[in-house]
Ligand binder design. Structure first.
Ligand SMILES: Nc1ncnc2c1ncn2[C@@H]1O[C@H](COP(=O)(O)OP(=O)(O)OP(=O)(O)O)[C@@H](O)[C@H]1O
Ligand SMILES: [Mg+2]
Length: 510
């Protein structure tokens, strides 16, 4: 048996004349964890879609050799038959079906036309044990968090007799603890003889678990680096094409008076009026300030932000909001926007974007008044404005008329950011703004945050990436179980202080 399990040679792929991949070469050794790194839009997902038959043989050029023989997949089923299973960047589970139903969808257990539910459930149970997920197989997907959903995806892959597992940014939406669990699981699968390809923008994860790393830039392979030589700096340099010395650009903070204040804020679960999600939260935000909100996944930060943003989450919301000392009612998204608040959602697919529209339409949607004259959209202005943001945020696209659905994940995120920055809010709430975004683009987003702050705008930054939160914030609130449990000022900002506050408050609660 050769020690190379997969080779992709001279792969070329274009979309309607636009080159996504050109002459890409990659060789994956049997039983290794092989990383693929590259900026947003570099072509990582496209390459994996070719490998797994999503883009069928004939729609690309080049050769794929798997287990020593050339393969020409016409669809995903073909690649799965050979033991190649892909877990896509955007999870593909059906929210209103159970865990067990999702695991065996398309691979139903039982005889002809009859599903054997006992078998389905007991097999599902075994698979869930393998991935370390202690949930009842009958639980609905919609009622478990993303971290657990990711594990269900892996369980689903394992139900298919997998030899090569492809994970496209599996940890993008996970916190450190969940990510570590998932990476540990990958190492466990490696011991069982499974080879994996891992795409991730979290470079520290790559240096931690991967045996080798292939870097792709602008649709071309730059190099493959072995474990012994992998360093974060080398990966970044390969991806971006230049060195990035300081990951968090400096800002000279000029923090002025309080512009926004929340007092005694309470929110209940929209599906269960007895479950309090946010308890008696009070906080303030100053002009020119970047205010961080730290907490574990599920701490309530998104719920807090969305409930403030025109009650877009929750029920029985009570409490007071003040802007520049004046009491305001934020009863609808419209009211929040007209009070100068904008919220960039962590969940771009559901709240942030209209996928079947173009970049241009998405960016200008909440800003129609800015590009209209007497109620009519001025198309030239619309084009000019969208072009400005395309340049500013370096959105990688064939043009502003490209549909958002066909952009790479990270570039979709930049479109969401553009649309809200264009609305020039006084208070910008950014919820996990750099999730799934490459290091170079992160840097650009940090610079935009700094620029907004120095113009006197105020930013609330929700982030699970602790170095980012600490690198960018002037002040941090720690949130745990729906309450603010700590306020950390300059000089007190550290990972230890955040974790200590979370642990202390969890202990007090139990
Ligand atoms: N269906 C499509 N139609 C047109 N262009 C596409 C399509 N899918 C991808 N592209 C383009 O191909 C290029 C590569 O995209 P791809 O999704 O592979 O990037 P990626 O490396 O996975 O990025 P990310 O890190 O943001 O997920 C991008 O420029 C993207 O806009
Ligand atoms: Mg991708």
């Amino acid at each position: 048996m050769s020690d190379i399990i997969l080779e992709m040679k001279n792969i070329d792929k274009d979309f309607f004349g636009v080159k996504a991949l050109s002459n890409v070469n990659i060789a994956v050794k049997r039983n290794e964890i092989h990383a693929i790194c590259g900026e947003n839009g570099a072509g990582k997902s496209t390459l994996m879609n070719i490998l797994s038959g999503v883009y069928p043989y004939g729609s690309y050029s080049g050769t794929i050799i798997f287990e020593g023989k050339e393969v020409t997949f016409k669809n995903i089923k073909d690649s799965e038959k050979e033991g190649i299973v892909i877990i896509h960047q955007e999870l593909a589970l059906v929210p209103y079906l159970s865990i067990a139903e999702n695991i065996f969808m398309g691979n139903e257990q039982g005889g002809k036309a009859i599903i054997d539910w006992n078998k389905t459930r007991s097999k599902a149970k075994g698979l869930l044990e393998m991935v370390g997920l202690s949930e009842n197989p009958n639980t609905l997907i919609s009622s478990i968090g993303v971290g657990k959903q990711q594990l269900v995806e892996i369980a689903k892959a394992l139900s298919k007799d997998v030899k090569l597992l492809i994970l496209d940014e599996p940890t993008a939406a996970l916190n450190d603890e969940e990510s570590n669990k998932l990476l540990g699981l990958l190492c466990g699968l490696q011991e069982k003889g499974i080879t994996s390809i891992l795409i991730s923008h979290k470079i520290n994860e790559i240096t931690k678990v991967c045996n080798s790393t292939t870097i792709i830039r602008d649709g071309q392979t730059i190099e493959t680096i072995d474990r012994a030589e992998i360093t974060e700096d080398r990966i970044i340099k390969g991806m971006v094409g230049r060195e990035i010395v300081d990951r968090y650009p400096k800002r000279d903070s000029n923090i002025l008076e309080t512009v926004f204040e929340i007092k005694g804020w309470n929110v209940f679960n929209p599906e269960n009026e007895h479950e309090k999600v946010i308890s008696d939260v009070s906080f303030h935000l100053k002009k020119g300030e970047v205010l961080g909100m730290a907490g574990l996944m599920g701490a309530g930060r998104t719920e807090l932000a969305m409930s403030i943003f025109g009650k877009s989450y929750g029920q029985k919301i009570s409490g007071e909001a003040f802007i520049n000392g004046k009491k305001v009612k934020l009863n609808s998204v419209g009211a929040a926007i007209s009070n100068g608040i904008a919220y960039v959602s962590e969940d771009r697919k559901n709240y942030g974007l209209i996928l079947i529209n173009s970049i241009r339409e998405n960016i200008t949607l909440p800003n129609l008044s800015k590009i209209s004259e007497r109620g009519v959209i001025n198309q030239n202005l619309e084009i000019r404005e969208s072009e400005t943001y395309r340049d500013k945020l370096k959105i990688k696209t064939s043009g502003i008329n490209q549909l958002v659905a066909s952009l790479s994940g990270g570039n979709q995120q930049k479109v969401v950011l553009s649309k809200w920055i264009m609305s020039e809010p006084d208070i910008l709430i950014l919820d996990e703004p750099t999730r799934g975004i490459d290091v170079g683009a992160k840097y650009e987003i940090y610079q935009i945050i700094n620029e907004l702050a120095s113009q006197g705008k105020s930013i609330i930054l929700i982030s699970s990436d602790m170095p980012e939160l600490l690198g960018m914030s002037d002040r941090v609130y720690v949130i745990n179980e729906g309450r603010i449990v700590e306020e950390l000022n300059e000089g007190e900002l550290s990972q230890e202080n955040i974790m200590r506050a979370i642990l202390r408050s969890s202990r007090e609660a139990s």
